[in-house]
Ligand binder design. Structure first.
Ligand code: NAD
Length: 429
């Protein structure tokens, strides 16, 4: 029998609770309180529908066999097939994947695209695996999750340390097993294999549109704004490039090895080449090296966390000096830190909105694959802009109406949309 639940206590003793899944449930509960949901429905919405835990044996190049741990979690599919990235990282945990899957449900609903939420991950350090080992690991993982994925079931995409090559291997494995080409089983593929123009830049471009809207609300000129970015991978480095194109000055960036700072701003095109050549932002000429975390405390107009979860916490939130925080990463801010920034008047554009450009263009890619008709890049970018600008306005309006953070404003919108879908469909059987 489904019973109603008291919200999970968020703090464990005096310490801030950094468990991503408990954070995700707390964020859900905060918004669900405002919606007066029926308790049984609320319980269904806060938990993942299906969670797969895997042991993945791989033949290594030296002839030994190693077993990797992997996961695929489907949170909710009331509004459409599940959708969510696959992360390769030594720090992946089952609870992290569950949190990321639920954030995907709320993200798709926030921007109103017809998908539910999912996520996958493998505990591994891809930097210490050969190309062949990565391919065998990816194909074994694709085989193990094959019963639950498919173009109308669950559609994976890239996330941290996975890319278009990873997606091509999954697409090929799935297609081989099914005896027909299935480009719609994953998104984030190379354009010559059914990928969409604009997908690679979409997360950062969506974030840029949100930041631009936030600047309009706060009366900040984007072309004179200063920007600090934590994480210089797909989301972070392209956000730097796109914001610099808008005239903003990128004054601090970091990656997993450390950070760099120059008050006068970086030439982003040269920085991208440097990162590609050396593998890090460190060593870039005429930049002062700073600890990675120091990037969060740089005096600037816009701060973009674009790395991992739990970066802005109760411990370091007081050092944040930005006026806008655009969460390109998933889960970079803890609930307590969120409240501190809200009280200080910092506008935090939550992950479920700020990085939703990626899944939006993934949706466009899936649509193009299914209809086998492809759009040009301008078309993709224009459609993305429409979705993001509308979603920003919806979330901002919801936050103002309920007098809550932008995150809770987004969750109220999203939970309401998913709840309506579930109520109308009914609980099966
Ligand atoms: P990526 O693998 O391309 O890049 C990750 C970057 O973070 C790298 O530059 C890495 O060096 C850096 N990093 C790792 N640990 C760090 C640390 N402690 N301090 C500073 N930098 C650190 O991954 P990505 O795709 O850019 O994803 C980044 C974030 O954006 C993740 O939270 C991901 O879930 C989120 N996101 C990505 C997409 C997408 O389409 N790629 C979509 C939505 C959300």
């Amino acid at each position: 029998m489904v019973t109603s639940r008291v919200p999970v206590p968020f703090k464990s003793e005096a310490k801030e609770d950094l468990n991503p899944f408990r954070i995700a449930m707390h964020q859900f509960d905060t918004a669900a309180e405002k919606l007066n949901l029926e308790p049984g429905l609320r319980e269904v919405l806060r938990r993942p529908r299906r969670a797969l835990s895997l042991a993945l044996p791989v033949k290594m190049d030296d002839g030994t066999v190693r077993v990797f741990e992997g996961f695929r979690v489907q949170h909710n599919s009331a509004r459409g097939p599940c959708k969510g990235g696959i992360r390769y990282h030594p720090g992946v945990t089952f609870d992290e994947v569950k949190a990321l899957a639920s954030w995907m449900t709320w993200k798709c609903a926030t921007v109103s695209i017809p998908f539910g939420g999912a996520k996958g991950g493998i505990v591994c350090d891809p930097h210490h695996l050969s190309h062949g080992e990565l391919e065998r690991l990816t194909r074994r993982y694709a085989y193990e999750i094959m019963p639950i994925i498919g173009p109308d079931k669950d559609i994976p995409a890239p996330d941290v340390y996975t890319d278009s090559q990873t997606m091509a291997w999954i697409m090929d494995t799935y297609s081989m097993a099914h005896g027909s080409n299935a480009p719609g089983v994953v998104t984030g593929k190379p354009t010559y294999l059914g990928g969409s123009f604009g997908r690679n830049e979409a997360t950062a471009r969506g974030c840029m549109f949100c930041v631009r809207s936030a600047c309009e609300v706060l009366g900040i000129s984007l072309d004179r704004a200063t920007v600090a970015i934590q994480g210089f991978g797909n989301a972070g480095s392209i956000a730097a490039h796109l914001l610099a194109k808008q005239g903003s000055t990128i004054i601090a960036v970091s990656d997993s090895r450390g950070g760099i700072y120059n008050r006068a701003g970086f030439n982003v095109a040269e920085l991208l080449v440097h990162k590609q050549k050396t593998g890090s932002v460190l060593g870039f000429p005429s930049a002062k090296e700073i600890p990675s975390e120091a990037v969060l405390g740089i005096e600037c107009d816009i701060l973009i966390p674009a790395a991992l979860e739990n970066q802005i916490t109760l411990e370091n939130v007081d050092m944040v000096q930005a006026r806008i925080v655009g969460e390109a990463a998933n889960g970079p801010t803890t609930p307590d830190a969120d409240i501190v920034m809200y009280k200080k008047g910092i506008m935090v554009i939550p992950d479920v909105l700020a990085n939703a450009g990626g899944v939006t263009v993934s949706y466009f890619e899936w649509v193009q694959d299914l209809q086998e008709l492809f759009w040009d890049e301008d078309d993709v970018n224009r459609r993305l802009e429409r979705v993001m600008v509308k979603a920003f306005t919806d979330v901002h309006t919801s936050a103002k109406k309920h007098n809550v953070t932008m995150r809770t404003g987004a969750y109220i919108l999203a939970i309401d949309r998913v709840a309506k879908a579930m109520i109308t469909r009914g609980i099966w059987p």
